[in-house]
Design a protein around this ligand. Structure first.
Ligand code: PSV
Ligand code: MN
Length: 397
């Protein structure tokens, strides 16, 4: 492909590409064995907004930050004015609103699927509060992940729990604002290790369909078994107009929360390729919310966020290079080798010069990661937050 065509396609693709940062990616998090405290980690909500502002300033592609209700809005709707003030001060908008139905003690045996009617009611109320927060902040998506499940065969009625889920989601859907969406995330296991109530895309799809027209599925790339073909799931969801969004990260074993594309960049490319194919064929924008869901235990958090946005842009740019019309003809003619070569040549194209020139034209740093390090943001954060972080609790038990 000619260089000016490459530049043109990439520029157009990147102009349309934004990715949401997770607030929880900036604070100290760890594994169940412990936390390694980072001196620059965000302690307050304002720190998280500051960090997101820096990532967006450097990349120009991350203008929103996902919020987790319990972690970021501990007072629920009453915290909305604070969020609004932070949005205005830092030029970062609140993104998807994530209810927290997994942390409070009453959810030991489930939230919406808890055999106790009272606890199911509390979970529903939390969902409704989250929807209200999302409405107040401008009809933001509600992104639901639930840890509900069981650890021992025979100890719970899987079918009853399906019914409770269906009822809860249908009720919650009725409270959505006119432009608000409900995204349902699935995950095969963890923290439940025998059955998880929403374990795969089929379950999420069925629940979303039953809930109402503004419910769809959220694909977290780390939430699949090893051999699963994620782009095929993406193709199915696109076909059914049920793909609401992504939580991007990478994995080697399970839900590892590694940096996007650090283990298998071709997987991410294949996902984007499906989305470009759908958009070309249907001439519609599928309206997908791209979000990052990573929290790094070892690597610097702002550095990791910048790295992830850059990687997402590069892989999106590669997928944009596939000549969809030509590929469709080759597929129809079953010209396998030519189709495969066209597809994988896009992956092997070095898009970095074109991405760099896109940045240059938009007044962004040519190399955002280098600019982050040179600019001294992390050093300033350490100076400001280091002492308080040193006193943080790192142990698991
Ligand atoms: C669960 O593993 C998950 O992917 C959900 O999206 C949560 O909201 C997020 O991680 C919290 O870390
Ligand atoms: Mn997730």
């Amino acid at each position: 492909m000619k260089s000016d065509l490459i530049h043109q396609r990439i520029s157009k693709a990147l102009d349309s590409f934004v990715i949401e940062l997770p607030s929880w990616g900036f604070s100290n998090t760890g594994t169940r064995f412990g936390k390694f405290i980072q001196p620059a980690a965000a302690i307050t909500l304002e720190h998280k907004f500051c960090d997101a502002e820096e990532v967006n300033r450097l990349t120009g592609a991350a203008p929103t930050m996902a919020l987790h209700v319990l972690w970021d809005l501990p007072n629920g709707v009453a915290d909305v004015p604070l969020i609004r003030a932070l949005e205005a001060k830092h030029g970062i908008k609140a993104g998807s609103i994530n209810p927290n139905l997994f942390q409070d003690q009453q959810y030991k045996f489930g939230s919406l699927c808890n055999p106790s009617r009272e606890i199911r009611g509390q979970a529903l109320q939390h969902l409704l509060d989250s929807i209200a927060i999302g409405r107040e902040l401008g009809d933001r998506d509600i992104s639901i992940w639930m840890a509900d499940g069981s650890n021992y065969p025979g100890t719970q009625s899987i079918r009853k729990r399906i019914g409770w889920l269906q009822a809860g989601f249908a009720e919650a859907h009725g409270h959505l604002g006119p432009k608000q969406r409900m995204l349902i995330e699935y995950k095969p296991f963890e923290p439940a290790f025998y059955h998880t109530d929403i374990a795969d895309w089929g379950m999420a799809y069925s629940l979303a369909k039953g809930a109402g027209p503004r419910a769809s599925v959220l694909v977290d790339t780390g939430h699949h078994y090893q051999a699963q073909n994620i782009e095929q799931i993406v193709a199915w969801l696109l076909s059914g107009k049920m793909l609401g969004g992504f939580h991007f990260n990478d994995r080697r074993y399970a839900d590892d929360d590694l940096t996007l594309g650090s283990i298998d960049p071709y997987q991410v490319f294949r996902i984007f390729a499906e989305i470009f194919a759908y958009a070309a064929e249907t001439r519609t924008d599928p309206g997908i919310a791209y979000m990052i869901d990573q929290s790094h235990n070892l690597k610097g958090k702002v550095e990791a966020a910048v790295q992830t946005v850059i990687t997402a842009q590069e892989l999106f740019a590669k997928a944009a290079l596939i000549d969809q019309e030509k590929l469709a003809k080759l597929q129809d003619a079953c010209d396998l080798v030519a189709a495969e070569e066209l597809y994988r040549s896009a992956f092997w194209e070095d898009v970095r010069p074109a991405v760099k020139s896109w940045r240059h034209q938009r007044g962004l740093p040519d190399d955002p990661l280098h600019a982050l390090i040179e600019g001294g943001y992390v050093a300033r954060a350490i100076a400001e937050r280091g002492e308080r972080n040193a006193g943080a609790v790192a142990s698991y038990a």
